[in-house]
Write a protein that binds this ligand. Structure first.
Ligand code: HEC
Ligand SMILES: [Cu+2]
Length: 355
């Protein structure tokens, strides 16, 4: 059986498709790499089969509980109005009724049926989204949560990067498998339009997969409180057509640019960087910088944002970040290195060249 049919038969997404087609169509329209503002962080616009089955079960539960609410609140309102105290009722007690088999059976059996239904349908979705064999063409990525940023390894491709996850569009044989773990505290990997939440736990590897059929930028958020800057531990997933993804891979596999003979400021910036504590926390492939505490900076300039999506990657923001990271992300774990203005300019020039 192909991966695709297994997934569809396993999920609620399929049987609930008519309810969802509108949301899915809107989602497809809204998606493009440029349309950043149109890429909402919402469960209600699922973009891959897994998110669709989660969306389906959410609606199912929502409708059942809505039904219960309407019945209970309706009966309550009816009784409150119909049997309210009226003049002349003062010293009378209402009739007391004991032991009605019909009533007791109905309020026992109906809730049991509802709970069993919810249990079975939820189990079906959980099994459907988890137990899928990894196809040969799957891309493997290791995700490491840090306070307050994301590290991504592509073990088979020899790439290390941070904060912006690139994956190819999936034609169902090329999903991306994520091995998720943490370097410090508990985080949670959550890109609502692509998958359910996955706990990010130290000393434990959890498996998740995403299978997005449409290119675009999908936003997410660390969904487990992990410290001061938890709210700015944002997730950005770039889903690219295969050719674009291959080009990205090729570029990322190169060591960092080191020939700055045509750019004296950047050349000087490289020297300042390599003689500063930056190299204890940051790695730049092909240089003496091999730190692993902070994000890999080998291709920093190829990223759209810095500090885990906190601010756009512009020279101005980059300079301010290096000068005083806490001014952009208070409580983040990179200290200010108290560089002078000249060193700030040169380091910014250097890092801006690392495409
Ligand atoms: C004590 C370790 C440490 C030192 C020293 C350090 N950094 Fe950082 N750096 C970090 C951490 C941690 C982050 C991630 C912060 C976050 O996003 O919450 C970071 C983030 C960055 C980023 C943003 C990267 C991205 O992709 O978002 C840049 C650029 C950067 N550092 C440059 C520097 C420079 C330049 C120096 C030296 C002047 C330096 N760092 C020194 C720990 C350090
Ligand atoms: Cu977190």
């Amino acid at each position: 059986m192909s991966l695709c049919s297994k997934r569809q038969s396993a999920g609620w997404g399929k049987s609930l498709a008519p309810w969802m087609s509108r949301g899915a169509a809107c989602g497809a329209l809204a998606l493009s790499l440029e349309a950043r503002a149109d890429s909402p962080m919402t469960l209600f616009s699922p973009a891959d089969p897994q998110a669709q089955s989660i969306y389906g079960i959410s609606l199912f539960v929502l409708y059942i509980t809505l039904g219960i609410f309407i019945v209970v609140a309706g009966l309550l309102t009816f009784v409150l109005i119909r049997y309210r105290q009226r003049p002349g009722d003062e010293n009378r007690e209402p009739a007391q009724i004991y032991g009605s088999n019909q009533i007791e059976l109905s309020w026992t059996v109906i809730p049991i049926l509802i709970v069993v239904t919810l249990f079975l349908t939820t189990t079906r979705v959980i099994l459907g989204t988890e137990a899928i064999a990894k196809p040969k063409g799957a891309l493997e990525v290791t995700v490491v949560g840090h306070q307050f940023w994301w590290e991504y390894h592509y073990p088979k491709l020899g790439i290390v990067t941070a904060n912006e996850l690139h994956v190819p569009v999936s034609d169902e044989e090329h999903p991306t498998y994520l091995e998720v773990t943490s370097a410090d505290v508990t985080h949670s990997f959550f890109v609502p339009r692509l998958a359910g939440r996955m706990d990010v736990i130290p000393n434990r590897v959890n498996e998740a997969w995403i299978d997005p059929p449409t290119p675009g930028l999908y936003l997410g958020q660390c969904a487990q409180y992990c410290g001061t800057q938890h709210a700015r531990m944002l997730l950005r997933v770039y889903v690219q057509p295969q050719a674009d993804f291959d080009a990205w891979v090729k570029a990322q596999q190169q060591p960092a640019r080191q020939d700055f003979s045509s750019d004296r400021t950047a050349a000087e910036g490289e020297q300042v960087f390599m003689h500063n504590a930056c190299i204890n926390c940051h790695a730049i492939a092909g240089t003496v910088a091999t730190g692993r505490f902070g994000p890999d900076l080998t291709h920093l300039a190829s990223r759209d944002t810095i500090a885990s999506g906190a601010v756009p990657n512009t020279p101005g923001n980059l300079r301010q970040w290096i000068d005083d990271p806490n001014s952009l992300k208070p409580g983040c774990l990179m200290p200010s290195m108290h560089l002078n203005a000249h060193d700030l300019d040169t380091i910014t020039a250097y890092l801006s060249q690392l495409r």
